[in-house]
Write a protein of this length. Structure first.
Length: 330
């Protein structure tokens, strides 16, 4: 069907929020959509609520996850899609009313191999939103303004899963959601990066992103910091690591140590440097910490920066401004 948008939405124990989410989809100015909701063994009233919504709106399908977990759910949902375009939605968030219309129009103005995203707005109803969420929101929205998503891809997930839209044919050409690892939204962005998709952003907010205590990203081990570090290291080695070049890890604080453990676990050789004079010469995990000056001299090496302190990070960014290959994992 012309300009049909397939919305794939995994659903698990979202009874508290699902009606508001569906209402935000039904209010879209672009009316030609299908919602493929995949129930992932909900134990609350989610299935009952979704069943009633599907009966009242023929554009809504409620399916049961034939597997277990979000990866199986989104893969199954995508396999049932019929649209010209495909997008993702989460069962506790809200679409802005113009999201689909704005993103389709921008996508049509762009060449093949383009994915469209846009600004997001975090909200919380029961208490004050945490500072970390506010910072992440601002960071994501600045990426949209500057168009620099891939330059920062190793810091955090640069495209939230409920914020993008792309051509369904191209989605299938790159493998869709098949073969992704957790965190799946981040790994999907690495897939776009691998296939050199352009990232375009609409101007206005596309997603109202709900924070609450039961969010999967807060409670499931597959979204832990160490899982993120594991994925970053794996994708860096596949996509950006150059054989024959040296590798420096810059930073020996908490983040640097986490990353070092991943590098060691994967038997990746690296030198380790720090700007903290107290750590220079120490042996951590059997590796001697070198002075940061060693990094500046080794200009043929690739550098991974993993620093916890925002102040120190700003200083390092200045020092490495003209360094050929720097990858910020923080």
């Amino acid at each position: 069907m012309s300009e049909l948008v397939s919305i794939v939405m995994p659903v698990k124990n979202a009874a508290e929020f699902i009606n508001a989410t569906i209402e935000s989809i039904q209010k879209q100015t672009h009316k030609n959509w299908e919602l493929i909701a995949v129930n992932d063994s909900s134990s609350d009233l989610t299935e009952e609520f979704m069943s009633n919504l599907a009966k009242s709106d023929s554009r809504i399908q409620l399916l049961q996850n034939p597997g277990n977990g979000i990866l199986d759910a989104i893969n199954f949902g995508a396999s049932q899609a019929n649209g010209m375009y495909i997008t993702r939605m989460d069962a506790d968030d809200l679409m802005s009313v113009l999201r689909l219309e704005d993103q389709i129009q921008l996508l049509k103005r762009n060449p093949p191999k383009t994915i469209v995203t846009g600004p997001v707005k975090y909200f919380r109803q029961d208490k004050e939103l945490g500072a970390g969420f506010k910072h992440y929101e601002q960071w994501l929205n600045n990426l949209c303004k500057a168009g620099t998503h891939y330059e920062h891809i190793y810091k955090e997930c640069v495209i939230p899963s409920p914020s993008w839209l792309m051509r369904f044919e191209e989605f299938n050409e790159i493998g869709g959601f098949t073969g992704l690892n957790y965190p799946e939204d981040y790994d999907f962005v690495f897939r776009l990066y691998r296939f050199k998709f352009k990232v375009a952003s609409v101007r206005d907010t596309v997603l109202f992103w709900r924070d609450h205590d039961a969010r999967a990203s807060r409670n499931l081990e597959v979204y832990s910091d160490q899982t993120f570090f594991f994925l970053k290291v794996q994708r860096f080695m596949e996509l950006d690591r150059k054989s024959g070049s040296g590798l420096f890890l810059y930073g020996a604080g908490p983040k640097g140590k986490k990353l070092a453990r991943e590098l060691i676990a994967n038997r990746i050789e690296f030198r380790w440097a720090s700007g903290n004079m107290k750590k220079i010469g120490l042996s951590i995990y059997g590796i001697i910490i070198e002075d940061e000056k060693a990094v500046y001299k080794a200009r043929n090496s690739q550098v991974i920066v993993a620093i916890s302190s925002p102040v120190m990070k700003k200083d390092v960014v200045k020092k490495l401004k003209n360094y050929p290959e720097v990858y910020y994992f923080c």
